[in-house]
Design a protein around this ligand. Structure first.
Ligand SMILES: NC(=O)c1ccc[n+]([C@@H]2O[C@H](COP(=O)([O-])OP(=O)(O)OC[C@H]3O[C@@H](n4cnc5c(N)ncnc54)[C@H](O)[C@@H]3O)[C@@H](O)[C@H]2O)c1
Length: 392
């Protein structure tokens, strides 16, 4: 097969036995058959990692003991990986992503991109300097009805935007789950791994990216309040943030892992002077749009009247459910288009509403830092470092 015709070769760090999100990346990569997973370090435990590699049919010699060895070996191979997926807990993102980017290998790095904005900016710089791509899987922006919402706001369907309200208020850790041996709860409540404003980094960054993606607005200043609702927990598990956005628009973000009784709990509402819209992750097929008179129109995934941005993300017809795995698939398809274009020297495929990059990851980390700084200063209005990015 010619270089131009082949699938992209992918590797993964993380996603071992019992891990959460790594397998979703693997499902997402398979949906359009644009990638083959050929290398990896599937967890910290060597024997378990080797078993997972066997189950995934990783070729002999490409299940590595560590990410540094993997990056060096894959960069040296004529058939080395095109992209490395980093699906490990937060504290290891920087070192792993750096090892691949500095060798010119594209990286998909989970959120939050890193633990501080200096290291996030360094990853963005490394990707640029090495002529490669750093992408961050804020998968919610890859839902068809989120793209529809973003297109409608961009096209002025709601008129002048006045207010944005996002909540990623989940109830999964409303009890001290970390004391029961729950792996994901343990690292998410360990400040050295997750950062002390843990819930802002974990769920707040998703909510923030969704607000930016749909409205195209950035933050001039914010005020944040952090709380620990579960007694004894060492990180903040509940956050409320008020935003002053571009052009005087205001916004509100609520991120919680202790919203008792909630499931995933992601919802966005955008208000304008002509109408408003609402999208909820647990009903992803529908986008509710209200006009000035209060009439509600429910737009449905798969309708022939949706925008091209939404229609191109619809895999099966009207009435057939699609969800989280397809959103990851959409993220990976947009990324594959661009990686392939760069490999083959064809024009860039990046469109206005495309996949989140390292810049979005950096802006997310700057948001986390600004919320933490505001909280530490008794909720003072704080200018996130991303405000200066807007002026560049
Ligand atoms: N985009 C999303 O929707 C989404 C959803 C969930 C989690 N995440 C992010 O994904 C990351 C992983 O979260 P998770 O819940 O899957 O964690 P997890 O604890 O379930 O899995 C982490 C995996 O990484 C492995 N690992 C850790 N350090 C490693 C290293 N140095 N080398 C190789 N493997 C290593 C662990 O053994 C485990 O297999 C986090 O940053 C989290 O914020 C994103």
């Amino acid at each position: 097969m010619t270089e131009a015709g082949r699938r992209l070769r992918a590797g993964m760090v993380g996603g071992g036995a019992g891990a959460d999100i790594g397998k979703t990346h693997r499902y997402g990569m398979r949906l359009d058959d644009r990638y083959e997973l050929v290398a990896g370090v599937f967890g910290r435990d060597a024997s378990q990692a080797s078993r997972v590699a066997t189950e995934l049919h990783i070729p002999e010699g490409r299940a590595y003991a560590g990410f540094r060895q993997m990056a060096a070996a894959e960069a040296a191979r004529p058939d080395g990986i095109d992209v490395a997926v980093v699906a490990t807990p937060n504290d290891s993102h920087f070192a792993i992503a750096k090892a691949f980017l500095e060798r010119g290998i594209a990286v998909v790095c989970e959120k939050p991109l890193t633990g501080d904005s200096a290291t996030s900016a360094e990853l963005v710089r490394l990707a640029e300097e090495n002529g490669t791509i750093l992408a961050v899987p804020h998968c919610y922006s890859a839902y068809a009805m989120v793209r529809q919402a973003a297109r409608m706001v961009r096209d002025g369907a709601l008129g002048r935007i006045t207010f944005v309200d996002v909540e990623h208020a989940s109830g999964w850790a409303s009890t001290p789950l970390e004391l029961t041996g729950h792996k994901q709860a343990q690292w998410r409540t360990t400040p050295e791994v997750a950062g002390f404003p843990s819930v802002v980094a974990d769920l707040g960054t998703h909510a923030y990216q969704l607000a930016r993606y749909i409205t195209g607005l950035e933050t001039d200043e914010l005020t944040g309040q952090l709380q620990t609702l579960v007694p004894g927990r060492e990180v903040f598990d509940h956050a409320t943030v008020s935003l002053r956005l571009t052009g005087g628009v205001t916004g509100r973000i609520w991120a919680s892992m202790a919203a008792t009784g909630h499931n995933h709990g992601l919802r966005i509402r955008v208000f304008g002077d002509k109408g408003s819209l609402e999208w909820q992750h647990e009903d992803p097929h529908h986008l509710s749009v209200q006009d000035l008179a209060g009439t509600t129109t429910i737009l449905t995934h798969g309708l022939s009247t949706l925008s091209d941005d939404a229609a191109r993300l619809t895999r099966v017809g009207l009435g057939h459910p699609e969800g989280f795995l397809e959103a990851f698939g959409n993220f990976y398809r947009d990324l594959a288009d661009e990686l392939t274009a760069r490999r083959d020297g064809t024009p860039s495929t990046i469109r206005e509403l495309s996949f989140p990059t390292g810049i979005d990851g950096l802006v997310g980390v700057q948001f986390v830092e600004a919320v933490a700084a505001s909280h530490a200063n008794n909720g003072a209005w704080t200018v996130p470092a991303s405000a200066s990015l807007q002026e560049v």
